[in-house]
Design a protein around this ligand. Sequence first.
Ligand SMILES: [Zn+2]
Length: 243
Amino acid sequence: MGPRIEALGIKGYRSIDGLIRIRFPKTDPLVIFGENNAGKSNILRALDLIFGESWPGNYKPEDHEFFGRLAEGNAIKIYAKVSGLACSKCDGTVQELHWQYDPDAEKVCDFYCVATCDHTYVTNEVRRDLFAMTVGVRRDLSWQLSYNSKWTTLSKLMRRFHDRLVSDPVRVERLKVEYATLVSIFQEVSEFAEFSSGLRSAVEDFGGNLRYGAGGRLLGVRRVELLQVAPRLSSLQRRAPHL
Ligand SMILES: [Zn+2]
């Protein structure tokens, strides 16, 4: 079973005063119901705060995010009990993630994990593996299903998919063979062959113009190359509008 959130604990956050603990069912969806302003959204906000798009490690809450709308003397604590989550640095298992903001503490904002090993720093890999999506907070489903940021659900899903896809070297070799076959079929179309060689020479021109050459840094300049090639592409399209 993949990584999952077992329980969420919240204290001193928005309308939530004392510690509340929400257990996530193993197989069924969790349904939260309550009157307006009962605090349902605040639970989602807490979830979004530690697992959402923004890195919580240096998040500074507004006054109204503290219980009683007052930061002084009030600390916010949010934690999640997790399972199936590997430490990204060793064979250990991450058991809990904690985020707290205590204006009176020495370390005001603290974001850390509790694990079977000694690693307490929450890495990007660990957060990525948890993959929580809190659409309800901002009702931004269409944004989550776009590639607008590397933190959207679709981007995270594709990255995970890609990681799994290339985790097997034999499969990578098979893909390379299939890809070469595809390219050779494309090359049979003269317009594509022309475009492809135009692209290659533009890349070489561009690489040659760079002071240090583009050899080792092709990834970094690829976007610029495509911009450079764009006029050629549009003239190609004028000549071959079916492309
Ligand atoms: Zn570790």
